[in-house]
Design a protein around this ligand. Sequence first.
Ligand code: NAD
Ligand code: DAU
Length: 358
Amino acid sequence: MTRTILVTGGCGFIGANFVRLIHAERPDWRIVNVDKLTYAGNPHNLDGIEEGHNYRFVHDDICHGEAMWRLFHEEKVDTVAHFAAESHVDRSITGPTAFIETNIVGTFSLLEAARALWQGDAWQGNPPCFLHVSTDEVYGSLGDSGYFTETTAYSPRSPYSASKASSDHLARAYFHTYGLPVRITNCSNNYGPYQFPEKLIPLTFNNALHGKPLPVYGDGKNIRDWLHVEDHCRAILLVIEQGKNGGSYNIGGHNEKENIEVVTTICDILDEKRGLLPGGRPRHELITFVKDRLGHDRRYAIDATKIAGELGWRPEMTFEKGIAATIDWYLANSAWVNAVVDGSYQKYYAEMYGQALA
Ligand code: NAD
Ligand code: DAU
């Protein structure tokens, strides 16, 4: 094995897509996936990837400092792709505690484990790399114009984004203080296969398919910059293989859309693929404007010039192509969608792994 990569949160949406990419395209890397299997972690996301010399699953909590220390040493981890987090802004508003624990304390315990293994003369392995996956939300909210660059001042405005900003600061501090080989990526809204249907696109898909109301917050004119998850995962791989220690890289899809446009597009595609609703009703009639999210950021937009210039990365998916492919994937994988929506995916992993971790 040429590398041993610790992927945290590999049973979540982006982590699972990343494990699949590495498993397919870097067969000489050993992947160690540590995941607590919260509501957002679904082992079915990795169906078809078997335990073996190049893949190991570890059911654990990244906040368990000693366990992380042991895992780093036992596996001689030389690369980290740190995805594990509480990721949903709405949940951070109603219950911020888990965000503070996992996103801040969990990141800290991983940085400490990496420092213990990699620092000093005892480390004989590959040049190590700790890739911390973060978000554009740390930069706050934009007005009608302008873009987030790597030098935009941090201004997080939700408990989620504040917890991610804290973890970015910690990661950067470990580079400056200890010389830990940290790299940070800040990306925009991802979409694609295996996304938990609490997020706008899979939630809209599932409700629209079944003729249920489509909640749109506020006036529906908030803007997000949509990035297909495969484009994101390829960018992360590039930063691991060619990025600079201490560097941070913004990753965005060049696909700014108002939420209402995203929801309407999904409705139109489903009308075309599945026919209109009973009574000949188009699905956009299901759109229901609801109370706005507290502190709802108005606009995010990424300037990805740095990663394009330094590493040659560009997103391959237009939103039009990506959203059609995503809807095709959800339609073709209705068993996965139904198990997540009815909660039976949790029964499956309770049988496999026993009680939830404290
Ligand atoms: P997700 O919620 O789908 O998955 C999170 C995963 O982390 C799950 O498998 C969960 O079980 C695991 N996890 C949670 N707490 C854990 C803990 N304490 N110990 C071990 N595992 C734990 O998240 P996602 O959407 O795939 O996001 C992955 C990362 O990317 C996050 O760090 C998020 O902040 C960042 N990000 C996401 C997006 C997006 O649009 N989804 C955009 C920018 C950045
Ligand atoms: O920008 C990157 C971030 O994107 C990531 O860091 C987060 O982990 C990820 O969850 C995502 O955050 P958002 O809050 O932007 O994603 P969400 O899908 O929850 O919402 C997208 C937009 O749609 C947002 O403006 C809120 C709105 N929305 C969301 C839901 C769930 C609705 O209007 N209705 C809804 O039902």
